[in-house]
Design a protein around this ligand. Sequence first.
Ligand code: SAH
Length: 246
Amino acid sequence: MTFHVVTIFPDFFRGPFEHGIIQKAREAGHIDIRIHDLRNWTKDRHRTVDDRPFGGGEGMLLKPEPLFDAVESIWPERSVTEPRPPGSGLEKKVVLLSAQGRKFDQRLAREFASASELLLLCGRYEGVDERVAEHLADEEVSIGDFVLSGGELAAAMVIDVVARLQEGVLGNRDSAIFESFGEEGLLDCPQYTRPAEFRSWRVPEVLLTGNHEEIRKWRRKAALEKTARLRPDLLKPDLLKPDLLK
Ligand code: SAH
């Protein structure tokens, strides 16, 4: 899968993709991450990307022209002169990072993971001319109900989450299924490693028994309990029925 990022701070991305799983996935060719400098698509001597908001107000906005030109130059087939029919562009998605967007979660990540390419547009300053959300982006996406100073951190996060869902990126295919927010939407179960006793805290005895059926049951129950305690909003009511705790 190919990820494109359009940003006014390309150097921001030196580092985040150079570690661990993501680094290995790039080396193995499972993913390709291309960082583009928005200023490449400016036409004036000062390489201006921002301008003042109509109607007044504080701060500056990213202008629409360089963003449209960037997308149309990275994906020439994607010339946006007319409104696109809904549902088009599923293979290649333009995503605008925005505090006002649809909330990013594992479900949306799975949806993005089935695209062949994602192009992420990073806002800055007070935001982005709304015509980018209206006519250029397929999705306007927020990573949470808070305001960042730019879309770069959010883009890095989306790439990390979507990349690890690509075939071959995680060593063991199962590890993406039995994680938090997997098929059942629960949190992962608590996990322990050696030593079995640390500062007088022992790991649950069942994990030391080697009895796989008992361990499976314990893990499921522990995952349900932890989800009920920390994220009750994730629980569908029938998951707590006693027979499902088996
Ligand atoms: N004035 C805007 C915030 C602009 S912050 C508002 O009140 O909604 C500048 C840029 O940071 C945004 O254009 C967006 O690209 C990015 N950003 C800020 N918060 C974000 C969030 N929660 N998720 C994704 N991107 C975010």
